[in-house]
Structures are given as structure tokens and as C-alpha cells.
Design a protein around this ligand. Structure first.
Ligand SMILES: NC(=O)c1ccc[n+]([C@@H]2O[C@H](COP(=O)([O-])OP(=O)(O)OC[C@H]3O[C@@H](n4cnc5c(N)ncnc54)[C@H](O)[C@@H]3O)[C@@H](O)[C@H]2O)c1
Length: 396
């Protein structure tokens, strides 16, 4: 079996998720398109990198992503660092001829995403952007129903990503609240996932109008060198400014005539990872809530009048990716499975010399939507979303 040598840059939250995915991928997908070899993991210090290598079973470690990107023994660079490093690493990796999977958002701004997209295009390498939620089997099932025409022509998409891990103003100042590292707040971090789902399920977004807010202007500074997500901290220590949004609400128009809304907030007490979409078509409707991710709610126009209403379809062996997962419906799909499927689809494209979606073009298009949302938040106007093929899509 072909072996693919991987180097991962960043051994934090996503470093853990991707390490697990590479280890588990051949156990789920068999025969496997390739055997991922976890060669080198990189973090900012040797100590952090060594610990990550030991914990997540990587053969080696390094504190220099540049050395690793130029290592001729590496086939794939996996970027799991904070957002401000994505472009620099990805462009260097493309120039070194490496295939690349990069965490979302592809970059802090659309213009950086564009440079990444163009570098990868020029190098002819396989790219993927880690919008893993579209790999949830129930989401792929929704896509299958839509493609088969089961809900007819789509009229309306209503998508949300609501969280509360940072709703407490005294939860620590993660890099996710700092514009120079993250680029944007709720828009890029969680809204971008909903943008990806909207594009995947309905089509390209043509125009947006948005309210973009920041309700928590500062947070306690962190100490200890690790980036804490949420949790409690003292309210009397030094605080740093939050210079990104924590809430965005948009009305959206799709190029195909459908309309919709998109909501992303970090201030939704009680909503932990509430990614939902409801899609209304001329023949029926679909509802999904990631907090119940084995389930798809469906209702069809032709349902008998005395049986109208949503019913639950559970994903399992007969629904997308099911053959490779668990043999009984509703046994339980987790976040890890979405990452295992993502690793499989990407490595299959690398092994076979193909392509995969979402790739850097998708990541760039999603970044153009994110930028339009932010611009509309500033101006209060409807903002047109350019296409990745538009040479004037970004200012530079
Ligand atoms: N797809 C998803 O569901 C999802 C979820 C969370 C985060 N993310 C994305 O994943 C990326 C990483 O987020 P995270 O939650 O893992 O962050 P994290 O802070 O937990 O981990 C980032 C890691 O990168 C390391 N790092 C920083 N600078 C580095 C450098 N110069 N060289 C090597 N390593 C460096 C940090 O020390 C840390 O270990 C972000 O782009 C984020 O938006 C995606």
C-alpha cells in the first residue's frame, strides 16, 4: 500500500484531532487508499513538539516549520496553527511541492486566502480546507437528498452556529479574540463553517447584509503558554482588548435565487456547538442540528396529509460513509469521525492524483463571503460577494 508521509504544524486542539484521524483512517476505510505515516509534528518549542510527538505517536518532532516544509521526505503538510500562520506556511509548502490540508478559516482575510489558492494552483498540488462539518454523515445525507431532488428547488436556507464556551466575559483572552492572529472573531471561526455548509448544500452566495457586533470588549490575559478555550479565570487580573466580532447575523442571497440567513455567535448560553440548518424546498424540508448529529429531520410535500410533520432519519450503514463507519444506525457519530472521513477523502485524492472538496478554491470563496459579511457589518449596506475567478475579487 502506498505510504504518504505527513508533517503536521501545530500540536494543539486540531493537532490532536488530525493525529487521531490519521491513526484511525485505515481502521475505518479498508482497503485504505494509502497508509498515512505520521512523520513529524511541529510546535513552537522543542518541548511542546516532543510532548505532542509522544502523546500523538509521531515518529519525530521539530520546532522549525520551515525545515519541515522543505524536507524532501515529506509528502503532505497539515496546517493546524492559529490563522495568522496559515498563508506563510501554505505558500512555502506549495512552493516546495507538498500537498496541503489547512485548517479553517483558510486565512484571516480573503486576500491572504487568494495568495494561498494561487500558490497551490501554480504548484499543482492537492489542497483541502478542513471544513469538517460537511463530513458529518447526516449532512452528506442532506446533500444526497438535495442532489436527488427530494426537496425540489431550494427556496430558503437558515443556518446557525451558536456557542457559549466564551460567553463569560471572564473567560481568557484566547488568540481567537485577537485580530492580528485570528483575522476575525465569530465570523471566521464559526460563521465560516455555516458559509461552507450553505455553499455545499445550496450554492454560491451572491450578496449579504449583516449586523456584526462585539459585546465583550476585553478579557483576562492568559498565562502559562497554552491557549485556553473558555473555562473560568479570575476577574481581577490584567485584561487585554478583544478587537474582533463575537456575533454576526446576515441575510443572504444565493446566485440561484434562493434566500437565507446565517447567524454565528459566541454569546449563546446553553448552546454548546449548535450548528443547525433548515432548508425549505418546493417539495419538502430538511433540518439538521449537530448536537444530534446522527439525525436528519425530513418532511415532504407528498407526505399524507394526516402524517405531515418532520420525521427523523438516523444515519448508519446505508447512508453516506456508512459502510466504512459503524454497522448499526444511530450507534453514534462523533467529531472524530468527521475528521477521519476528512483525512480519508484528502489522502485518497493525494494517492490517486485527484482533487477533493472543500479545497483552497472553496476556502478562498468562503473567505470572500466572510469579508463581505464584515464589510456589510461596517457599512450597513448589502455587499456583493465576488467569485474566486474574478481577478479583482480582492483589493491587492
Ligand atoms: N475544523 C474545526 O472544527 C476547528 C476547530 C478548532 C480550531 N480549528 C482551526 O484550527 C487551527 C488551530 O486551532 P487550534 O484550536 O488547534 O489552536 P490551538 O491554540 O489549540 O493550537 C495551535 C497550536 O499551534 C502551535 N503553534 C503556534 N505557532 C506555531 C508555529 N510558529 N509553529 C508551529 N506551531 C505553532 C501552538 O503552540 C499550538 O500548539 C485554527 O486555524 C482554528 O481556526 C478548526
Amino acid at each position: 500500500m502506498q505510504e504518504i508521509n505527513i508533517a503536521m504544524i501545530g500540536g494543539g486542539f486540531m493537532g490532536k484531532a488530525h493525529s487521531l484521524a490519521y491513526a484511525a483512517m485505515p481502521m475505518f476505510f479498508w482497503p485504505s487508499p494509502a497508509r498515512p505515516i505520521k512523520k513529524i509534528i511541529v510546535d513552537v518549542t522543542d518541548d511542546l513538539a516532543r510532548t505532542a510527538a509522544e502523546r500523538y505517536s509521531w515518529d519525530g518532532y521539530s520546532s522549525s516549520w520551515r525545515d519541515v516544509v522543505n524536507d524532501p521526505g515529506i509528502d503532505v503538510i497539515d496546517i493546524a496553527t492559529p490563522n495568522n500562520l496559515h498563508a506563510e506556511i501554505a505558500i512555502a509548502a506549495a512552493e516546495a511541492g507538498k500537498h496541503i490540508i489547512c485548517e479553517k478559516p483558510l486565512a484571516p482575510t480573503a486576500s491572504e486566502a487568494r495568495r494561498m489558492y494561487e500558490a497551490a494552483q501554480k504548484a499543482g498540488v492537492v489542497t483541502a480546507v478542513a471544513f469538517n462539518y460537511r463530513r458529518t454523515p447526516a449532512v452528506a445525507l442532506a446533500k444526497k437528498y438535495i442532489d436527488e431532488g427530494a426537496i425540489g428547488t431550494i427556496l430558503n436556507f437558515r443556518g446557525t452556529y451558536l456557542q457559549d464556551w466564551s460567553a463569560d466575559p471572564n473567560s481568557p483572552l484566547s488568540w481567537r479574540f485577537q485580530k492580528d492572529i485570528a483575522g476575525s472573531g465569530a465570523v471566521g471561526d464559526i460563521g465560516s463553517h455555516v458559509v461552507d455548509l450553505a455553499r455545499y448544500l445550496v450554492g454560491e452566495i451572491s450578496e449579504v447584509t449583516s449586523l456584526v457586533s462585539n459585546f465583550i470588549p476585553d478579557r483576562p490575559l492568559q498565562s502559562g503558554g497554552f491557549d485556553a478555550l473558555g473555562g473560568s479565570s479570575t476577574s481581577d487580573g490584567p485584561r487585554g482588548a478583544v478587537d474582533v466580532d463575537d456575533e454576526a447575523m446576515s441575510l443572504i442571497k444565493f446566485r440561484n435565487g434562493a434566500v437565507g440567513s446565517l447567524e454565528a455567535t459566541r454569546n449563546a448560553w446553553g448552546r454548546n456547538n449548535y450548528i443547525t440548518f433548515e432548508i425549505h424546498g418546493t417539495e419538502g424540508s430538511i433540518f439538521f442540528n449537530y448536537e444530534n448529529r446522527d439525525e436528519l429531520q425530513v418532511a415532504f410535500k407528498n407526505d399524507r396529509a394526516d402524517r405531515r410533520g418532520f420525521r427523523t432519519v438516523y444515519t448508519g450503514p446505508n447512508t453516506p460513509y456508512g459502510e466504512s463507519l459503524w454497522p448499526i444506525p444511530a450507534l453514534g457519530i462523533g467529531y472524530s469521525e468527521t475528521k477521519i472521513i476528512e483525512a480519508h477523502d484528502f489522502l485518497k485524492a493525494v494517492a490517486e492524483g485527484g482533487t477533493v472538496e472543500p479545497n483552497f478554491a472553496d476556502g478562498y470563496q468562503a473567505a470572500l463571503v466572510d469579508d463581505a459579511i464584515l464589510e456589510s457589518g461596517r457599512t450597513g449596506e448589502w455587499v456583493r460577494v465576488p467569485d474566486v475567478t474574478d481577478p479583482n475579487a480582492t483589493d491587492d
